[in-house]
Write a protein that binds this ligand. Structure first.
Ligand code: ADP
Ligand code: MG
Length: 696
């Protein structure tokens, strides 16, 4: 039996370790830095670094690394040993405050979207003391941000930290109006439910598409899909159970509160949910969790697939980003509260969110955009690409009453929504709508659009910024009335106005239905099905305005980000297309022709002795026809890729990949899948969906 409290966080330089290992004044300085985000003085840094080194060495570390999250989509690390030359050539273990605080990795190989060309090739990493250091695989990991020498952000964490600050500042000001004199810091929180697939390593290795692209580019649907819903919350198979047990243990050691695990809807699909924490730590922990998930799987002869859509026609994987805000005096700002005043505060924040999500739906959408997620959003199992909000009947009724100066009825009572009589309503609205991309779930919002492999920093950074903007607007309007008799009346007027203008973003119906697409269009809500549709809106003036206002991105940083996303889209499709071509030429087509050949020999032999071989002839004819089409498609796809590669404008290139290359890939796949259905299992060169999904 694992003793959870004993192992929990044992590899993390956390609060407890800091307290026990650092001199009191040093600890105090460090805490101050962590809370206020002020720079750490060198003397303190030296003491902290030394204590960290001693602790890390006890944990078996020989190296340290600045750990950062560049725009590649994965994390990056470069390890240096603690070793240093002592007197008489002896080796001593050293770690200075300077080395802890700042590193200088070569920035030139990380995507910068043109920022490198305009500034310097060099970048540096800077310790982020608001996230914890940890030991893993013999190294001390130091969470850092990654910026260029001129201060431009080159990573995913910097904008998140900036947005957390912006949100805190505006929210503190906002909360003062509601009498929260003790609130000095507001922190955005996140709990990211992580979905993933587990398949056998043996089958994985036989699929070049999975190995190179993370998803199957070919594969006919298995006879049994998820129609029986017999996988969801089903018993864990022994292999999976032992994988999950080890995964939990490793995550706990790294201080990640892995809480829930269960089978998901699709066969071979599972989920891990941690207990929520600050957005900053939550982001680091999610990156870490994904890495650990992949590593542990290999130890069990399994492979963990984090791709959004590894299997066509089978549910994809997302990352439900549960988001809220908490104050330093312990309030969850999305908790409706018990008193009318708390209610009023909650309802005002809720309306700020409604306004924000409506005005910046494009930002929300593009915060979850990736080539992989394109296959998921809008398919009838994931939230659609259209942003809308689900509030539940109860809350919706309250808002309607505010909007119409009406009466709010619960089963027990009815309330007149007046200034002093805001209702207290049930906290946990238990009705769930799983088809909504942005759903209120009692004390938080669940943003379900985020892809399973994505870094959650970007969606949270943009969400924080949007909320900061709305709260600051609300504060500007309401501040003159704060503490006055008519404050509540003014709040109500504002909410009424906001609801009138932004009600269109609220949708409680079925987000998967085709009617919703039409209805959303009628309401004027944006629908951007693909990366190439939504990315250009990053730099829309209204978006640039708020991102600049709060110091999240300047114009060149934003242009750079847009470019990086589009480039990544094109690269992903290019790799996929080339992988398809290679598999088609080297495996699928030869296997098909070989089988046709076999059939023909059999037909010839049978003919010699006067047997008709009708079945063989039919299959051979059908396969020959398909093989011809297949070959033509390979040829066309090659040409399309070549044409796409010639385009220099990043937006146009991504569009070409989307409109022509991806379309041809889909055609080619359809042909191949038809061939697969007509081929005997023994002659098909790659594992089928049934073999992969039902095999663990
Ligand atoms: P469900 O599957 O019903 O959505 P789970 O328990 O699997 O519920 O996941 C809920 C997630 O929401 C957990 O990660 C949880 O820690 C997180 N969560 C709960 N409260 C908050 C909050 N205030 N802020 C952010 N995340 C939260
Ligand atoms: Mg959930």
């Amino acid at each position: 039996m694992v003793n959870i409290p004993e192992i929990f966080g044992c590899n993390v330089f956390n609060e407890t370790v800091m307290k026990s290992r650092l001199p009191k004044n040093v600890y105090k300085n460090l805490r101050h830095t962590m809370e206020k985000g002020e720079p750490l003085d060198t003397a303190t840094a030296d003491v902290v670094a030394n204590a960290m080194k001693d602790w890390a060495i006890e944990k078996g570390a020989t190296h340290y690394t600045h750990w950062f999250q560049p725009m590649t989509g994965s994390t990056a690390e470069k390890h240096d040993s603690f070793i240093s030359v002592g007197s008489n050539g002896t080796a001593i273990m050293e770690f200075s405050g300077k080395a802890l605080i700042k590193g200088e990795p070569d920035a030139s190989s990380f995507p910068s979207g043109g920022l490198r060309r305009t500034s310097s090739a060099r970048g540096y990493t800077a310790w982020d003391p608001t996230s914890y250091c940890f030991v893993k695989g013999g190294s001390l990991y130091i969470p850092t941000v990654f910026v260029s020498y001129t201060g431009e952000t080159l990573d995913k964490k910097t904008p998140l930290l900036r947005s957390m600050d912006a949100l805190s500042k505006t929210a503190v000001r906002f909360l003062k109006m509601f009498g929260n004199e003790n609130v000095t810091r507001v922190t955005s929180t996140v709990g990211a439910e992580q979905e993933y697939f587990i398949i056998s390593k043996d089958k994985y290795d036989q699929r070049e598409d999975l190995v190179l692209t993370g998803r199957t580019l070919f594969g006919a649907k298995p006879p049994k899909g998820q129609e029986l819903d017999d996988q969801y919350f089903a018993n864990l198979k022994p292999k999976i159970a032992s994988y999950m047990a080890e995964l939990d243990e490793e995550l706990w050691k790294l201080g990640i509160y892995s809480k829930t695990k269960h089978n998901e809807v699709a066969p071979a699909q599972h989920e891990m949910a941690p207990i929520f924490t600050t957005s900053n730590l939550g982001t680091d922990q999610n990156e870490l969790a994904m890495e650990v998930m992949e590593k542990i799987a290999l130890k069990h002869g399994l492979v963990c697939l984090l791709h959004e859509k590894p299997f066509e026609g089978v549910n994809g994987s997302g990352k439900h980003n549960n988001w809220s805000m908490s104050t330093n005096d312990g309030q969850n700002l999305l908790d409706p509260g018990d008193t009318p005043m708390e209610n009023l505060q909650f309802l005002t924040i809720l309306c700020a969110l409604i306004k924000g999500v409506d005005e910046y739906a494009d930002l929300m959408r593009l915060s979850a955009a990736s080539a992989g997620n394109d296959h998921r959003l809008g398919a009838d199992e994931a939230p659609p690409a259209i942003i809308s909000m689900f509030l539940g009947e109860e809350l919706d009724a309250v808002l309607k009453a505010i909007e119409e100066d009406g009466v709010y009825k619960t089963e027990a009572k009815s309330f007149e929504i007046g200034v002093n009589a805001l209702p207290s309503f049930p906290k946990d609205s238990t009705d769930r709508n799983r088809t909504s991309p942005f759903a209120f779930t009692g004390n938080r919002f669940e943003f379900r659009m985020v892809g399973s492999s994505d870094n959650i920093a970007c969606p949270n950074a943009l969400l924080n910024t949007i909320v900061a903007e709305e709260l600051s607007q609300f504060t500007d309007i309401l501040e003159p009335f704060a503490g006055k008799d008519n404050f509540e009346l003014k709040v109500k007027e504002l909410l009424k106005d906001v609801l009138k203008k932004h009600r269109r973003i609220i949708f409680n119906g079925d987000g998967y239905s085709p009617e919703w697409v039409k209805e959303a269009e009628r309401r004027g809500l944006p629908n951007y099905p693909s990366v190439v549709d939504c990315m250009p809106h990053y730099t829309d003036e209204k978006n640039l305005r708020i991102l600049r206002k709060f110091g999240i991105y300047n114009r060149s940083e934003l242009t750079a980000r847009t470019e990086i996303h589009l480039e990544k889209y094109s690269k992903t499709r290019r790799i996929e297309a080339r992988t398809m071509i290679e598999m088609a030429r080297k495996q699928l087509l030869p296997a098909t022709l070989e089988y046709i050949d076999k059939l023909c020999s059999s037909i010839a032999t049978k003919n010699q002795i006067g047997i008709t071989a009708k079945t063989e002839k039919q299959i051979a004819a059908k396969l020959t026809d398909l093989a011809d089409k297949f070959y033509e498609s390979i040829y066309r796809l090659e040409n399309q890729v070549a044409s796409a590669c010639k385009i220099s404008n990043v937006q146009q290139q991504a569009e070409y990949f989307h409109d022509y290359v991806l379309s041809e890939m889909n055609i080619m796949r359809e042909i191949a899948d038809e061939i697969e259905i007509n081929m005997p299992l023994s002659c098909w060169p790659i594992p089928t969906y049934s073999e992969i999904i039902y095999n663990v």
